[in-house]
Design a protein. Structure first.
Length: 327
């Protein structure tokens, strides 16, 4: 009797362990498939049990936002591994009574969008823009560990204009507006400025601005010299399965994930690919297959499920072969 009881307890413990593992690799039934016209594919998800850590989405007022923030989500993509969100601008405004100091009249655009470290600002899709006259603005990354420098990255540019007419609509070449490419690995939306005398330009350029933006989604207008400080910009994020704060010490790769037994690409015909922007990895369906490579054996009732033969791939007794026929 004791032996039977021990065996039953062992089976229960094994079942509980398997269930716990499944919760990290596939969502439970009944998860919301979309919000506000935006598809929510796993590892993203809305509600408990529907997302992988770091990928939670909330549906608020009929639209998706990154969990714990007010940052609106425009698109979530599995291939390529990208998300498009609206991020705040950074700014500082001078006081007419003291046009050399901004005092506390500033907001550097900092967000809490990346607490779990899964996102990187896309260096291929975005640029840094600085707007203002006599303005030096720059973007900062998160602090590094074991370094003499506080930040891993600081990159920026300076714009200048000596009268209200010198800045021209459509031009961002250093007169009223400048832009610069950003390096890979940026983890945060955070800006800062050098303060310069604005006494001669308070009527047409009372503030400094800096922001990240999709390079195909911004054209400078002279009116931007008095931009609304609540404005947000569309920004592309690269995402991957990562260890929290893996910018420095805990470098995660396909090889390391396989060793730990926590590989998110454990489904049939799901391949692991190292991230191209920072540490971490992504899952892709094997050649000739399509679907969600993060889903294990079709455990998603509302989506097409795990990787399955794509159009033109027909299953044969000896394995899948390419065919001109559609499924």
């Amino acid at each position: 009797m004791l032996r039977l009881w021990t065996s039953l307890m062992l089976l229960l413990l094994l079942g509980a362990a398997a269930a716990a593992t499944a919760a990290t690799t596939a969502p439970t039934r009944g998860c919301q498939p979309s919000c506000g016209g935006v598809d929510i594919p796993y590892p993203f998800g809305i509600g408990a049990g529907c997302f992988r850590k770091g990928f939670e989405i909330e549906c608020i007022n009929g639209g998706p936002v990154l969990a714990g923030t007010s940052l609106r989500v425009l698109k979530l993509s599995l291939d390529p591994d990208e998300s498009q969100v609206m991020l705040p601008i950074g700014w500082e405004c001078y006081n007419a009574s003291d046009p050399i100091d901004t005092y506390n009249n500033w907001d550097y655009g900092e967000t809490t969008m990346n607490n779990d470290g899964v996102y990187r600002i896309s260096n291929t899709h975005n640029m840094l823009v600085v707007v203002g006259c006599n303005t030096l603005g720059y973007a900062l990354s998160k602090p590094t560990k074991g370094s003499n420098y506080k930040y891993a990255y600081q990159t920026g540019c300076m714009s200048f204009c000596n009268n209200s007419a010198s800045a021209q609509d459509g031009l961002c070449d250093g007169v009223g507006c400048c832009h610069i490419d950003i390096p890979p690995g940026l983890t945060d939306n955070y800006f800062n400025f050098r303060e310069y005398d604005h006494s001669a330009m308070m009527d047409y350029s009372p503030c400094d601005y800096a922001f990240l933006v999709d390079r195909n989604n911004y054209t400078f207008q002279r009116s931007d010299l008095k931009m609304n400080t609540h404005r947000t910009m569309p920004v592309w994020l690269d995402w991957a399965i990562r260890v929290n704060d893996s910018i420095s010490d805990d470098i995660l790769s396909c090889k390391q994930a396989a060793k730990t037994g926590e590989d998110a690409c454990a489904g049939t015909h799901s391949d692991c690919v190292n991230s191209t922007n920072g540490p971490g990895y992504n899952c892709k369906c094997s050649k000739g297959y399509e679907g969600n490579a993060y889903v294990i054996d079709g455990r998603v009732p509302w989506q097409s499920g795990d990787c399955h033969p794509g159009i033109g791939l027909v299953k044969r007794p000896n394995g899948p072969r390419l065919s001109r026929q559609r499924r």
